[in-house]
Design a protein around this ligand. Structure first.
Ligand code: FBP
Length: 490
């Protein structure tokens, strides 16, 4: 890592790092750090990059970890991170060194508490390692600190297995690579079982929230018979009935060829992308903001809600995280879909022999030992964060460019958070939040999938990538395709 020999050069809005003079500060830095949201492999490597670079900037620099995520910041629950902590956790999965949480900073009282912790600890910088909601917190806190004339530098690090933080400035978030390799291995194993046992239809739901980047990458890795991409379902305004019919049609076509087995991937955001469920959720969210009741729903939405099994009604009505997101990880779409497919097959007196099995892959991939890509990338992100604090670039996100090339050609950058902001409706109100990146239906990744998927329906071209090899430096199909490398995709 050439971190210490880096100087920030302003080019337009982005701060580019260029190898330049050594810049050792005369004073040490005291920096706070917290994890926020779901774990993602590489978090400990961010800490390692941050710690090592701070020590290179000044040997007396200190790294203070807040415990339990943003809540730890509000309550000033912190511990000093020692070299022994770094040595024990570097290259390991898990956020267990500090813990994580989803507390949202939203009220004046929250900002006052955060400011008080920053002032008490005399922090020069604070690093938020998290996804869109966390970096939204970081952006608003930086604005509050500026107003309060506090000089603590706020930096965000792009973390999330969901892959939805990417933009023109951020190529990928750490954790996506490892998580998709873990799920890819599991899906590959299941596909081999399907084609060996010849009797099961596997419905596999994958994490990723609203965005289907994980499902798309896993589909390219494993070639399942059918994969839903929520963004496409939304775009085509598909109804629940249409989704069910498509699965039924697939199973009937396969059964005609003597294949009473299949592998179907469902992104967890599918449920909220289905036309009438999306309308229902929007109505619920507006009603909740006004303090209304479910009986105030439109006739169509109420009928739909009442037609769903009770468990699903409860999930749609009550499962929200502190940021107002529907907790799609708790909604068992794979079971709902398979129940409805079974019902439809019975109605049609179909010949299909239907034995469904249900899987949900999410938590299995968030704390896995990081891939070589994720350890290397995350370490660099930690280095960039330290340098952004050294150079007092507040309200920025650490970024590394050129990830599809060799790490020796990667370029460090700082991106102002304001460039990443957009607007979204949350809890019935339009709010300024970091923009989520959804699957681009015109982009090279989806287009490659679209070109291949018909072949995967009936021919069983399942791929089984096997366990992740920690010594191999690989990049995802998504990164390859986004960088116009079409030749290496199986
Ligand atoms: P973030 O990285 O945005 O925090 O989300 C990751 C994620 O794994 C989602 O894919 C999933 O829907 C959610 O977290 C599950 O939440 P929880 O950890 O609270 O169960």
């Amino acid at each position: 890592m050439e971190g210490i020999q880096i100087e920030w050069v302003e080019s337009g809005d982005i701060f580019l790092a260029s190898p330049a003079t050594k810049k050792i500060l005369s004073q040490s830095l005291k920096v706070g750090v917290l994890f926020s949201g779901g774990p993602a492999s590489g978090g400990n490597d961010v800490l390692a990059g941050l710690y090592h670079t701070l020590k290179k900037i000044h040997p007396d620099s200190e790294l203070i970890g807040f415990l339990g995520g943003p809540f730890g910041l509000l309550e000033n629950r912190a511990k000093k991170i020692e070299l022994s902590d770094i040595e024990k956790h570097q290259k390991q999965g898990g956020f267990d060194l500090l813990g994580t949480g989803r507390t949202k900073l939203e009220t004046e009282a929250d900002y006052a508490k955060a400011l008080s912790a920053i002032e008490t600890l005399k922090l020069d910088g604070l690093v938020f390692i998290g996804g869109d909601d966390t970096n939204t917190n970081a952006y608003h806190l930086a604005t509050h600190l500026e107003k309060a004339n506090n000089r603590c530098t706020i930096v965000g690090v792009p973390k999330t297995i969901d892959g939805d933080l990417k933009s023109a400035y951020i190529e990928t978030s750490f954790g996506f690579d490892t998580a998709t390799r873990v799920y890819g291995e599991l899906i590959g194993n299941i596909s081999k079982d399907a084609i060996s046992s010849l009797k099961y239809t596997h419905f596999i739901r994958l994490m990723g929230r609203t965005a289907s980047h994980i499902a798309l990458e896993c589909a390219l890795m494993t070639h399942p018979n059918l994969t839903y991409i929520s963004e496409e379902v939304l775009n085509k305004k598909l109804t629940l009935k249409e989704v069910v019919e498509e699965v039924v049609e697939l199973l009937e076509m396969r059964a005609k060829r003597g294949k009473n087995y299949a592998v179907i991937l469902l992104p967890e955001g599918l449920i909220e992308a289905i036309f009438e469920i999306k309308v229902l959720l929007q109505e619920l969210s507006r009603l909740e903001a006004k303090g209304g009741d479910k009986k105030d729903l439109s006739k169509e939405s109420l009928t739909l809600l009442q037609s769903l099994p009770e468990d699903f009604q409860r999930m749609l009505l009550f499962e929200r995280d502190p940021h107002g997101n529907v907790q799609v990880s708790k909604i068992e779409t794979e079971k709902l879909l398979s129940l409805m497919v079974e019902k439809r097959l019975k109605e049609k007196k179909s010949e299909v022999s239907f034995n469904p099995l249900h899987h949900f892959f999410g938590y299995e991939g968030r704390c896995a030992t990081p891939s070589l890509f994720d350890t290397t990338y995350s370490y660099e992100l930690g280095c960039v964060s330290a340098l952004l604090i050294r150079d007092k670039r507040s309200s920025t996100m650490a970024s590394v460019k050129g990830l599809a090339g060799s790490p020796s050609t990667w370029r460090m950058q700082g991106v102002p958070l304001r460039l990443l902001m957009g607007q979204e409706e949350r809890k019935g109100r339009v709010q300024a939040v970091i923009k989520k990146s959804l699957v681009d239906l015109g982009g090279p990744v989806f287009q490659k999938f679209k070109k291949e998927r018909e072949n995967w329906k009936l021919e069983d071209g399942y791929l089984s990538p096997g366990p992740m090899q920690l010594s191999n430096f690989l990049i995802t199909n998504t990164l390859k395709l986004e960088n116009k490398n079409f030749s290496e995709i199986p």
